[in-house]
Design a protein around this ligand. Structure first.
Ligand code: IVH
Length: 694
């Protein structure tokens, strides 16, 4: 119908004209923003125009355009995808590989020379004359975009190459896919563009973190995420995924538009508003192909998108036609694949290593495999939680993954290949480095050695912390000196600090006579310390400077703290369940007590503190309001006293208020307290309370 009438002057209403103009403008701004990375207006201006269009489309749905940018936010929910037969099949490519362990170029790239020589022969040309277009082999999802009369008509997945699925609803949400061609190409009747939909590595990491945080299932890699997003029946979900489209071929165009070179086709696609990777290049001869391959391999991890190789295509379209196809692949093109970044191996054992902070980390010992060009024998398993969740067992066939600069990891077990009963992995109950007991933190995620001050794996960290400013404040015993003294075997444990002598360290690098004597003097001086510093120096997890001071005030000496109970600890200001457990774990470990005894024998001393337990059941962690004036107390004094005992003193009465202290001439706050039925305290009762807090 529309074709028949297209020559007639059809009346277009002003509203429809306004809508068409908005659509054209917004599509133009989109193109410059998402494809050319060259915004033409501010985000605010864009949003304003976009909202204008949304309002008009709501009011006049009959004028909604097929290429409206409002389609980019998703819309109707499908119950299935329609099957579509491709006009021309989406074929695959033949593969060649390089021998990563060979350095001789002929041996390393033998398959490439084979491919190139075959073409030289068939085209009867010289190596140096044979021109290729090289491009990254995007690791995404293949898609074919059909445009009719300049507008996106349909987007179809590769499927089996002949028939794919109609995923237009999702694909039209992709920001860098033009919904219509630039106006100067409006007369292009038929266009089919092929390319790959992918997610940039950084966007993948961010999105996976978000999915994880909201308790949703994470995706194994960017390709799976792209594929999963394209197959959403609800296009609003796809619209929230940061998908990108990279065009790699022009599959169909009106017969009158002709090209000689494939590189011209790519340039044309770029003009039409499609993204073509900057890494595409025109090359001549096998040497340039090899250089390109090696450069892309080296750049692989720093590219913003994932690739699994490079693709070479003969540039002359005439030669392409001459060479034609064999089976399901063109003879004029080839994929030069990179070594895989995910490879199977056998999990031989799980070694548990102790980090500087005492965290126990399981490390996989695997039979050596080449992953992405590097031989891997150890890989991280992250933590016990992951091992159990992924059901990874010693003896399993496992997938080893290396991506980017990250340490190789065990991605998963291939459970189908488990042929016999294998034991579920258990973490050791004592520290593999020092034998002390291990405590569990944050659910199953982190196991930690409880003997930070004793454990050999943690000694450098423990000694540095012990000597640090807020602890023993030993000038000259910073990280570097600690490294040096530990490595030259002069200090092996925290008490060894006090066994150093000038003679022992003098002559070491950075320790001339003077600095050696200075250090020993600083060490001796540090022996007279305070209880708070001593507690802080022990490096008990979660016990920082402030808690150390509170503990020092509450217990007065180390012996009392050593023998304390959970109930007592919970009465100390700001000490909660986690800190209390950590303190108890520390003193429950004999090795730690052994170190403490040694330190005291070596002469560490501190003046005893008058123990004050700053806890009161009706004050600590309660909320108070003070109103009116008092005969015997100033309001500030009352406030300070209550706060000392961990009360919160606020200005207005609410349901959260526990107590209201009522003085003379109390006004509206008293009324409010009565209305909300809060506990009232008069001056007489206050004086009893203050005595209890003395
Ligand atoms: S050209 C006749 N170029 O790789 C096929 N394909 O293994 C022409 N691919 O299905 C394909 N990046 O989805 C070509 N720069 C690129 C590519 C590329 C990724 C995919 C494509 C194809 C598969 C073949």
């Amino acid at each position: 119908m529309s074709d028949l009438f297209s020559n007639l002057d059809v009346e277009i209403s002003p509203i429809e004209q306004q809508i068409i103009k908005l659509v054209q403008d917004l599509n133009y701004y989109n193109l410059y923003y998402h494809t050319y990375d060259n915004p033409q207006i501010s985000d605010e201006e864009y949003d304003k125009l976009f909202r204008e269009l949304v309002v008009l489309e709501e009011q006049y749905p009959q004028f909604k355009q097929k290429d409206s940018p409002t389609l980019k936010v998703g819309g109707e929910i499908l119950d299935k995808f329609n099957q579509i037969t491709h006009d021309t099949p989406m074929l695959s490519l033949g593969n060649i590989f390089s021998q990563m362990d060979e350095t001789d170029v002929l041996l390393r790239h033998g398959e490439l020379f084979g491919f190139n020589n075959r073409l030289i022969k068939e085209l009867a040309c010289d190596n140096e004359d044979l021109e290729f277009v090289a491009s990254p082999k995007y690791d995404g999802v293949a898609i074919s975009l059909y445009y009719r009369n300049g507008k996106l008509l349909r987007a179809v997945t590769r499927g089996d190459g002949y028939t794919g699925e109609d995923v237009t609803n999702n694909v039209q949400t992709i920001r860098n896919i033009p919904l219509s061609l630039p106006t100067e190409f409006n007369d292009v009747v038929e266009l089919e563009v092929r390319g790959e939909i992918l997610i940039l590595t950084q966007d993948f990491i961010t999105l996976n973190q978000k999915l994880d945080a909201s308790g949703e299932k994470k995706f194994a890699n960017p390709r799976n995420l792209a594929a999963g997003s394209i197959r959403q029946l609800d296009s609003k979900i796809a619209a929230t995924r940061p998908l990108k489209f990279y065009a790699y071929a022009l599959a169909k165009i009106d017969a009158q538009i002709k090209f000689n070179l494939f590189s011209d086709e790519l340039a044309f696609l770029k003009q039409l508003g499609f993204t073509i990777a900057e890494e595409c290049a025109v090359l001549r001869g096998s040497n340039e192909l090899i250089n390109y391959y090696e450069q892309m391999l080296a750049k692989r991890d720093s590219l913003s998108y994932g690739i699994d190789g490079v693709v070479y295509k003969i540039n002359s379209l005439e030669s392409q036609q001459k060479l034609g196809f064999v089976a399901r692949a063109p003879r004029f093109a080839i994929a030069h694949k990179f070594p895989a970044q995910e490879v199977e191996s056998i999990l031989l054992d799980i070694d548990v290593q102790v980090g500087r902070t005492g965290a126990l980390t399981p490390v996989a010992k695997i039979s050596p495999v080449n992953v992405g060009g590097v031989v891997v024998t150890n890989a991280t398993l992250h933590n016990l939680d992951e091992i159990l969740r992924k059901d990874i067992r010693i003896g399993d066939v496992v997938v080893v993954r290396r991506a980017g600069d990250v340490i190789p990891e065990i991605a998963r077990s291939v459970i189908d290949k488990r042929t016999k009963e294998l034991a579920i992995f258990k973490m050791p109950e004592s520290c593999p480095a020092c034998g002390s007991h291990v405590v569990m933190e944050e659910g199953l995620a982190i196991l930690r050695c409880s003997a930070g001050i004793y454990c050999v794996a943690q000694k450098k960290q423990a000694i540095t912390h012990f000597a640090s400013k807020l602890a023993f404040n030993i000038d000259g015993l910073g990280e570097k000196s600690v490294d040096q003294l530990v490595e030259s075997n002069l200090i092996n444990s925290v008490p060894d600090i006090f066994r150093l002598t000038v003679d022992k360290i003098c002559g070491l690098e950075r320790f001339a006579q003077k600095s050696a004597s200075n250090l020993i003097a600083a060490i001796n001086q540090s022996k007279n310390t305070t209880l708070a510093r001593f507690i802080y120096a022990l490096g008990i997890r979660h016990v920082g400077e402030a808690s150390s001071k509170d503990l020092s005030k509450a217990f007065g000496n180390l012996e009392k703290l050593r023998l304390t109970s959970k109930e007592e600890l919970l009465q100390v200001k700001d000490i909660g369940e986690i800190v209390a457990n950590s303190i108890l774990d520390f003193f429950a470990e004999d090795h730690n007590n052994q170190v403490l005894n040694e330190l005291i024998e070596l002469g560490i001393n501190y003046p005893e503190v008058e123990a004050k337990n700053l806890y009161h059941p009706n004050v600590t962690a309660k909320t108070y309001v003070i109103t009116g004036s008092f005969v015997n107390y100033k309001r500030d004094e009352i406030k300070a006293k209550l706060e000392d005992f961990g009360a919160k003193v606020v200005n207005s009465v609410s349901k959260k208020t526990d107590y209201v202290i009522v003085g003379i001439d109390a006004g509206s706050k008293l009324d409010k307290a009565r209305e909300l039925e809060r506990n009232l305290i008069n001056e007489e009762e206050l004086s009893i309370l203050i005595k209890e807090l003395a």
